[in-house]
Ligand binder design. Structure first.
Ligand SMILES: [Fe+2]
Length: 462
């Protein structure tokens, strides 16, 4: 993969070749013609199967032609398989089905599958993804359903659903071009892994663009799907107004999937989405979030959803509130330093992210003295507290801590900026180290990861 992710070259082979070899037993990839490198040297004869040995030979070669056009993957998914997988997923969960029926989405999704053919290159990658990254695959299937559903919920024009569907389905195919660990580990990524992960949205866009059937919305939606409206996303920390409208819908789909299937939760429920959405209005855009919240609170949906959130102890909520309060205190110093670097994208991301989280704090009182006093009273009057209300507050506090995890990542990246004077760098490091134990899960990247010489290169891309 090239150094600058926007220069990704379709003719350059990468990790995808190894993934093709990984599925050799179930879905052998065969050369449908002779494969040459850019100098015309024969690398693989027509009819040969890509196994581990061949992959080792092909990887990191610049080919004469895009690899996709010279191979065929056996037993690849068809458009009917994709339709069935979407319907199976929806029907397997009564609450998904509730939304599906309420918005009469069955007809819509069936139509969407056949608006245009799904290109073989996309189906082949999804086939490989199903085997090597099954969770990412399931999330993609969910997004193919949820992204256009979110468009329908907001009343976007019917013509836009296809772009939302196509982007939802294919948005993570770029992950096939990086090692599985980097794509799926979700915490403690090495510098190289983090750099690889950051490329996946643009790689997916380039692959899709090459098929020449997707419109700009689908392509930009995919390219921006890891960006966030509070500038806490990646790879560019784009401001909200520059993010394609489909991207936050994909981002929401991905997150809602993760929350619903989070195995740390005692029960699977769409009720868990409420707190997350309340806390993340500025992450995905007010309109996007409010329209879904309105649906979840609509009595025709809500009356069918079990209200039982797991019970929480007041003492635990007090602790959560203290953690949130500490995190906001730590953010003060970070905000002040970031304000001195208005030209740095990461610094602007830090500032915006903190500003948006303060707005949540001020409107909901999280981490506040007032809430702390009230919880203190609750600890003394256990029998008088409303268990549902307490569970909801706990959820909100947990969600804001997740937002701090994104801020933490930005802070780590900010500290890598070689334009930072040593004292600011040291201060940022001190702040994120103090934030670390207060986060709900270890950070996405390993702060000790970068090699000194690559830090400068990283920041040259800023
Ligand atoms: Fe992604």
């Amino acid at each position: 993969m090239s150094e600058q992710n926007n220069e990704y070259d379709l003719n350059q082979t990468d990790e995808y070749v190894n993934h093709l070899a990984d599925v050799e037993k179930t879905n052998p990839a065969t050369a449908s013609e002779d494969i040459f490198n850019e100098h015309g040297v024969l690398l693989l004869k027509k009819g040969a199967v890509i196994n581990q040995r061949v992959a080792g030979h092909l990887v990191q070669h610049k080919l004469k032609k895009e690899l996709d056009q010279s191979i065929s993957v056996a037993n690849a998914l068809t458009v009917y398989d994709v339709l069935n997988l979407i319907l199976e997923l929806v029907e397997s969960e009564a609450q998904f089905n509730l939304l599906h029926q309420h918005f009469e989405f069955e007809v819509t999704i069936r139509q969407l599958l056949f608006v245009k053919p799904i290109p073989a290159q996309v189906l082949q990658r999804l086939t490989v993804m199903q085997k090597v990254m099954p969770d990412v695959f399931r999330r993609s299937i969910f997004s193919a359903w949820m992204t256009p559903l979110l468009a329908k919920i907001q009343g976007f024009p019917h013509q836009s659903y296809y772009s939302a569907f196509a982007a939802g389905l294919a948005h993570d195919i770029g992950l096939l071009h990086i090692p599985v660990d980097a794509a799926t580990k979700g915490e403690g990524l090495s510098y190289q892994q983090w750099r690889a992960l950051k490329t996946h949205p643009i790689v997916a866009r380039i692959i899709m663009e090459g098929r020449k059937i997707y419109d700009e919305d689908a392509l930009n939606g995919v390219a921006d799907h890891q960006e966030r409206c509070d500038r806490s996303g990646y790879p560019s920390q784009k401001p909200a107004k520059e993010i394609n409208w489909i991207a936050p819908l994909i981002a929401m789909s991905d997150q809602l999937f993760e929350i619903f299937y989070d195995d740390k939760r005692s029960n699977k429920t769409i009720l868990a989405w409420n707190a997350y959405l309340e806390v993340n209005m500025s992450t995905f855009g007010l309109r996007n979030v409010e329209s879904l919240l309105a649906v979840l609170k609509d009595s025709r949906i809500a009356s069918h959803v079990d209200k039982a959130l797991p019970e929480v102890k007041v003492e635990d909520v007090t602790r959560q509130n203290e953690q949130v309060s500490e995190l906001f205190d730590l953010a003060v110093g970070l905000f002040d330093i970031a304000a001195n670097y208005p030209r740095s994208r990461i610094a602007r991301g830090v500032s915006e992210c903190i500003t948006q989280m303060r707005w949540v704090r001020d409107s909901a009182g999280m981490g506040s003295e007032h809430l702390s006093e009230w919880l203190g009273w609750g600890e003394q009057h256990n029998d008088e507290i409303d268990a549902v209300e307490m569970a909801e507050i706990s959820e909100l506090l947990a969600c804001i801590r997740w937002r701090f995890r994104h801020l933490w990542r930005l802070a780590v990246e900010f500290s890598w900026n070689d334009k930072l004077p040593a004292e600011d760098k040291a201060e940022v490091e001190e702040i994120y180290k103090k934030m670390q134990p207060l986060l709900p899960r270890p950070g996405l990247i390993d702060p000790e990861a970068p090699e000194p010489e690559v830090q400068a290169a990283a920041m040259a891309n800023e």
